[in-house]
Design a protein around this ligand. Sequence first.
Ligand SMILES: O=C(O)CCC(=O)C(=O)O
Ligand SMILES: [Fe+2]
Length: 265
Amino acid sequence: MRLSLLFASVVGAQQSILTNSETDAVQAPYVCEHPPYTPQIISTSPLIIYLHNFTTPSERAHLRLKTTGTWRRSAISSSPGSSSRSAVRTSTSTYIPHDAILSCIEARALAFQGHGIPRSHLEPLQLVRYLPGEHYAFHTDWFGNEAYASPAMGGNRITSFFAYLYVSPDMMGGGTNFPMIPATRDEKWCKILDCDEEYEKGVTFRAVEGNAVFWGNLREDGRGDERVIHAGLPVIKGEKIGMNVWTRQAPVGEAVRRPEGYPEV
Ligand SMILES: O=C(O)CCC(=O)C(=O)O
Ligand SMILES: [Fe+2]
């Protein structure tokens, strides 16, 4: 049946009789292919790496399609396993049911880290969307409160990726600012760093669709590294969608696997 539908879609004359869902069904089987992304070291201590083209246009289109209508006000952790709304984080967030495309992105994020971290250490991928005026104030992704980073929760967040999935052509603002990382003002960085940012404000990554920022959250002794404090600066105009990929020290616990707003699948 699939093959004959595929044939029908190839023979243009027949295509008009397919409904949208049928057209979906005839798409070629998905194969996980990693894009040839380019890493660029921003800082070695703390480790911060900028990744050019970390996601593909079709992955981003898929993620946007799947998240349509699912956005809810973002939360911050208020007690282990629960969360609350806060003026600190005014964006909306969503989680999408696990599928082959998410799995492919997860495999890429794990392979990048290079030391055989099992998939069980990954939190569900979280998408965040900012409209004008929305932001995420200064914070660290690692938890200072032991309770959030207990062995039952999966320990602390060793690393973070923040991937820019959609940036509307008119978007203004919305950079990711690391105030404790010394800025460089060399012209060649200005495509990915905001060279108009005041020097004292550290490094601000521009939100460039397809690219991602990766950083280490913990010091060698396992304690949180204050130097990776950062903020999602307010979007002034337009829209920005990003994705958090957080890797824990140990397999994530049930409370983390099923965060608030995670779809029933
Ligand atoms: O929006 C950004 O640029 C950063 C978001 C962020 O840091 C987070 O969601 O933890
Ligand atoms: Fe963050």
